[in-house]
Design a protein around this ligand. Structure first.
Ligand code: GLV
Ligand code: MN
Ligand code: MN
Length: 410
């Protein structure tokens, strides 16, 4: 059986947490100085694990095993949400490195190997999943030219140049190198904890469609401009947000979710009627037909609010990830490993969060595993998991990895 070294795993995870510490969480936006420092540190850890490690032209850190036989690719992302948690993405990356070390130390698997990856910008500071999409050949140079920061409009090209990545080649998947891809992650929701379970074996991952909506009105004095004469960009978008919340429940499926995650009014002062407003909106579902239904309804609502409001309103789709199913054989391997280490304390479940695994699933067998999140909190600096649960998750993953690699010889 492949055996992890819990102290080594936890020590690396704790070190990664120090890159961008914010309260008990981490603030590590993609391509920031601290993010690039963490990527260079990962190159060192991967090299130390016996992998040949590089950072590619989009920021992916990839460590390749020299093993001649069957190989698995494992990984997750290393940047965080603004003021986010220390485990979202980071745990899956450190698990990948630990799996590479543990497989290399297993006398029964000397011909087998694990490649480790930290994909760039899963969290979408610029463009969600751009690293894993680039790896599967799904990102053109023209697309990179058109992307900018969701926070401050910095062009992605400028961010890549400042990060020292301009001109570097982008890594691409080598055909037939892998038996498949595995990603470990915290659940980021309350299901496992509330059912006192230790492992979630992911069955499917939602698709997420994101939009930026801009309303343009006229900035004016909030005391002297009569209500009937206002072109209030803020009010226009608040009306739209309200209309979405009224209408979406009527067409939603059981696990559909939608969020207005950003709303900015310009110039943003109590005595000024806002002349410009910007809203960031997303919805998620595991069924592509439901996503299409929401998209059509959203377009209709934008048109209806725009028709009834003196401001101009325009909506632009920022991203549209496709839902995906996890590989049945990998689900079985993860469930069997969980049954061995925590009998009866595991379950199969869909993922409401997006993950790089849904991108890799387009090109190879892919599996995903969750450990419990304390209080179901994530995308917040207080996100946490019990260290004992992290160690259990690491060992379950190692057992599944060993099983898949051994079978891959056949
Ligand atoms: C990924 O972080 C997501 O927002 O689902
Ligand atoms: Mn996240
Ligand atoms: Mn994540």
């Amino acid at each position: 059986m492949v055996k992890i070294n819990p102290d080594r795993l936890l020590s690396d995870l704790r070190t990664l947490r120090t890159f961008g510490t914010y309260k008990t969480g981490v603030h590590r936006p993609t391509y920031s100085d601290i993010d690039m420092q963490s990527r260079r540190w990962l190159v060192e850890r991967m090299t130390d694990a016996g992998l040949t490690a590089t950072i590619d032209g989009i920021g992916n850190v990839i460590g390749r095993s020299p093993a001649p036989g069957p190989k698995l690719l494992l990984g997750s992302h290393v940047e965080t949400q603004p003021h986010g948690g220390w485990l979202d993405g980071a745990m899956g990356v450190i698990f990948a490195i630990e799996m590479a070390r543990a497989v290399a130390e297993d006398p029964a698997l000397q011909d087998c190997g694990v490649d480790a990856a930290a994909w760039a910008d899963e969290e979408g500071h610029y463009m969600s999943f751009i690293g894993s999409r680039s790896f599967i050949g799904d990102v053109t140079e023209a697309e990179i030219d058109g992307v900018e920061s969701k926070h401050d409009g910095t062009p992605l090209r400028d961010a890549l140049a400042s990060a020292g990545l301009a001109g570097l080649p982008r890594a691409v998947l080598e055909a037939d190198r892998y038996l498949g891809f595995l990603e470990a992650h915290i659940e980021q929701g309350p299901t496992l904890e509330s059912m006192a379970q230790k492992i979630g074996v992911v069955t499917s991952i939602v698709g997420t469609w994101q939009y930026e909506i801009i309303a343009e009105g006229i900035q004016n004095h909030a005391g002297t401009t009569a209500m009937s004469l206002r072109r209030d960009a803020g009010r226009a978008l608040i009306k739209l947000a309200h209309a979405i919340d009224q209408h979406f429940p009527e067409i939603a499926a059981e696990r559909s979710v939608w969020t207005v995650g950003g709303l900015r009014l310009e110039p943003g002062a109590p005595a000024i009627v806002p002349g410009l407003a910007r809203m960031l909106f997303q919805f998620r579902d595991a069924d592509p037909r439901q996503l299409a239904r929401f998209a059509a309804a959203f377009d209709d609502l934008v048109a209806a609010v725009a028709a009834d409001d003196p401001c101009s309103i325009t909506a632009k789709q920022l991203s549209a990830s496709t839902p995906s199913l996890m590989h049945p054989g990998f689900q079985d391997a993860l469930s069997a490993a969980a049954e061995q280490h925590v009998p009866g304390l595991h379950q199969r479940m869909p993922s409401g969060a997006g993950h790089d695994a849904q991108i890799l699933a387009n090109v190879m067998p892919t599996g995903m595993m969750f450990i419990p999140s304390i209080g179901g909190i994530s995308h917040h600096w207080s996100e946490d998991s019990d260290e004992a649960d992290i160690v259990i998750g690491g060992q379950v993953l190692a057992t599944a990895v060993g099983d898949i690699l051994a079978k891959g010889r056949a």
